[in-house]
Design a protein around this ligand. Sequence first.
Ligand code: URP
Ligand code: ZN
Ligand code: ZN
Ligand code: ZN
Length: 490
Amino acid sequence: SSGKILIKQGTVVNAHHKVVADVYIEDGIIVSVRPNIAVGDDVKVIDATGKYVMPGGIDPHTHLEMDFMGTVTIDDFYTGQAAALAGGTTMHIDFVIPINGNLSAGFASYVDKAKKSVMDYGFHMAITKWDEAVSKEMELMVKENGINSFKFFMAYKGALMINDELLLHGLEKCKSLGALAMVHAENGDGVAEGQKRIFDLGITGPEGHALSRPPVLEGEATARAIRLASFINAPLYVVHVMSIDAMEEIAKARKSGQRVIGEPVVSGLTLDDSGLWDSDFTTAAKYVMSPPIRKTGHDKALQDALATGILQLVGTDHCAFNSTQKAFGYGDFRKIPNGVNGIEERMHLIWETMVESGKISVTDYVRITSTECAKIFNIYPRKGAILEGSDADIIVLNPNASFRISAISHHSRSDTNVYEGKTGKGKVEVTISGGRVVWEEGNLKITLGSGKYIKMPPFSYLFDGIDKADATYLASLHSPVHRTAAAAAY
Ligand code: URP
Ligand code: ZN
Ligand code: ZN
Ligand code: ZN
């Protein structure tokens, strides 16, 4: 039947091991991984000799059909996922944005948007205000709706931004539920000040965006979030790490044993702003995202941090707009919708930048593009591995073929691509999603509505031993030495 596939003679790569073997799939599940599997002729055979057979990519950070900055991102769950599959990504985790702070309404709207899905997906949820209802609804989201992560925006003042009090409440609530707190780390008050200062100087074009929110504001917010998470003793996930400043805070915290995860994104790892802001408005505006694309040097430092384990996994922050949408900010950079593409390009650009360049091994590639994400969001080994019993989300990558990126040929609905013209070696030739071949010989074969919602359970490995650490801390507060110190303080 069409549900039976044999991938022959490839190098099967998992996060910590690779071996030449066959992979046999039936009804969406990996049934067998071993050499020389014999099958009948009702089985589709894919020859992977000389190629890598790897878990499909999992993109931890996307914004499909998101209402944002007065418009809606141009890729919906159909076009965004089609692009993902063509680029070797077989699952993504999108951010549910509450409606007027209401979590259930936000969730319902995303359930609706995701009806167009053609591949598996999960949800994070943003928290934009705080009251009893929100706190209760977070419980509902975790216990009933399969959400195990909440994002707090420390920037976008007057819109999504939260303050430290809310972040503290959120961290505490997340911890009690076994959910992971995520932060967009930029000092939002600083950004607002910076924007006013730059605009008043008469700098109104896209270059003003980068000038108004320098790395120091990202470093400050990252440090603050890390310290507040330490104070609560809760794990923390920093999304889109774009600067050395932020990365160094994460390095320091991890070295001290704190549970902090750092997610660089493809744009921050592969782009810098040399010459960028000298271009015409349309060209420069397409690169406007937050935190901004940095000066050269940050990209290389982030690559090294990823290679050495200071940062753990790669996202895209795919948040694509058309040039007509970007043009809303003509004459005022503050109104340019923030966001770039990447869901289709991630697997190729990370292969080129990290593996082809010799910075990391093929097994590490699988870890940072798939396995680590599955572990952090608690869906491993169903996802993120080529093991018997895992979902059949698999790619075949030919290390000797090459890719070329262009808005002409990409599958995103956007008319531009921030990676336009980039080429490299290593091409995803086959994508298998849920046991179906969906990308082969440059053709997409997808079915509207065939994607499944993946519920993510709470209490990932990041929570192991947290109770014990709390108990030790509380016991220390009650120890005679502290009571004496407290008494002496009065
Ligand atoms: O510019 C960006 N990053 N747009 C998407 C929203 C966000 O902050 O992740
Ligand atoms: Zn963000
Ligand atoms: Zn984002
Ligand atoms: Zn003490």
